[in-house]
Design a protein around this ligand. Structure first.
Ligand code: XUL
Ligand code: CO
Length: 441
């Protein structure tokens, strides 16, 4: 059965096209910086937002019209697999991502949940045989069910720690079965509401223990996916343990996990942490920890995770700049952890949303590659830090100074000259690159 019968294969038609079901900028075969867009951008569809979410919010019921919703239970789970692979093929997207609960309903106990998962995983495996779409990552949802109210690996209840471990164990087995490139840990309830009832040290130590056991088990079963931590500062808990890349990296180093994990960086999580998307990407990149991206955007007027499809070209350009400077995302990709707005309830809107996101990253990729090729920002930075390439500056970076030597230098200074940072000039240049990109200049 076709679930999206009004939509045909989405093709690249170029910037002049007026066909809403066509890519204007994402041309999978086009080479940018020697790589095709398809192999470099590695787009992924998020199963939960696209095939499961119903558009409900804290003030209202679901709005989404989804042809598969006429089914329930395991029939619904199976219909979603059919719809998903039809969608992947029509969109021509190379990857998808899911949580365990997205693909199969939970049973009345863990054993029954496993059975449901096994049925759907073998169905997905069959569909993957005839499909170009691969699994970018899977993960365990250890946050929705009420049992996780006090956390999962950081729960105050040891039974929940064990239950969470069992779900991740199963997730690792599923990842191996389906050939996942990565395995994600987003600490949905790993955090706390109030210190008044919280043993902060025990919870963090337990989280460290949990991640070590996951690393050990993946090794035991020969699952070689890249492990990824996805930081988020708040929501659902007040204080999330994996707040941002900097705090996550400190955590990983403290518990000796830094060689086993990288980061999955989500744009809207970055802005919730008071950072820009590019800040988080840069922080991970300079530490060799940039693994994958949850591509979305927030709303600057709202203080929560709105998970919008990325359409801000300035942001996609600066994000792609970091990704290019990282030499790509390796086994990672650009997963659209993004949802259509509650009012965009037609099945077709799922296509419009993904087309918008893919085109926005294609533009960002083109502009960023040009910025890199022309050394626009490299030249700015090189000039700005020029004092570290000679004299006392070179001595500092090469470790030949101490406070005595620096004091001598400072006492002998007659004049200190700072240079302008030229922020506005740089931003104007980026605008010029953005606008010129499709004028063929
Ligand atoms: C929640 C979020 C999750 C993770 C996977 O904000 O981003 O969907 O990406 O659990
Ligand atoms: Co995410």
């Amino acid at each position: 059965m076709a679930y999206f019968e009004n939509v045909n294969q989405i093709k690249f038609e170029g910037p002049a096209s007026t066909n809403p079901f066509a890519f204007k900028f994402y041309n999978p075969e086009e080479k940018i910086g020697g790589k095709t867009m398809e192999e470099y951008l590695r787009f992924g569809v998020a199963y939960w937002h696209t095939f499961v979410a119903d558009g409900s919010d804290p003030f209202g019921a679901g709005t989404m019209i989804r042809p598969w919703d006429k089914y329930t239970g395991m029939d619904l789970a199976k219909a979603r697999v059919e719809a998903a692979f039809e969608f992947f093929e029509k969109l021509g997207v190379p990857y998808f991502c899911f949580h365990d609960v997205d693909i199969a309903p939970e049973g009345s106990n863990l054993r029954e949940t496993y059975q449901n998962l096994d049925t759907i995983v073998s169905m997905i495996k069959d569909y993957m045989k005839d499909s170009k779409t691969k699994l970018l990552w899977n993960t365990a949802n250890n946050f929705t069910n009420p049992r996780f109210t006090h956390g999962a690996a950081s729960s105050s209840n040891a039974d929940i720690f064990a239950y969470s471990a069992a779900k991740v164990k199963k997730g690792l087995e599923i990842g191996k079965e389906l050939g996942a490139e990565n395995y994600v840990f987003w600490g949905g309830r790993e955090g706390y509401e109030t210190l008044l009832n919280t043993d902060l040290k025990l919870e963090l130590d337990n989280l460290g223990r949990f991640y070590h056991m996951a690393v050990d088990y993946a090794k035991e079963i020969g699952f070689d996916a890249q492990f990824l931590i996805e930081p988020k500062p708040k929501e659902p808990t007040t204080h999330q343990y994996d707040f941002d890349v900097a705090s996550g990296y400190a955590f990983l180093q403290k518990y000796g996990l830094q060689d086993h994990f990288k980061f999955n960086i989500e744009a809207n999580h970055a802005t919730l942490a008071g950072h820009t998307f590019e800040h988080e990407l840069r922080y991970a990149r300079i530490n060799g920890m940039l693994g994958s991206v949850d591509a979305n955007q927030g709303d600057t007027l709202l203080g929560w995770d709105t998970d919008e499809f990325p359409t801000d070209l300035y942001s996609t350009t600066l994000a792609m700049y970091e990704i290019i400077k990282n030499g790509g995302l390796g086994r990672g990709g650009l997963n659209f952890d993004a949802k259509v707005r509650r009012g965009s309830f037609d099945p077709e809107d799922l296509f419009h949303a993904h087309i918008a996101g893919m085109d926005s990253f294609a533009i960002g990729f083109k502009v960023a590659q040009k910025l890199v090729d022309d050394k626009v920002l490299d030249n700015v930075v090189e000039d700005r830090y020029q004092t570290y390439t000679e004299g006392i500056g070179l001595d500092i970076v090469e470790g030949r100074t101490d406070f005595h030597k620096l004091e001598d230098h400072a006492l002998n200074l007659t004049e200190i000259k700072n240079k302008s940072g030229r922020t506005e000039k740089i931003k104007a240049t980026i605008n010029q690159y953005l606008l010129n990109a499709y004028a063929g200049k």
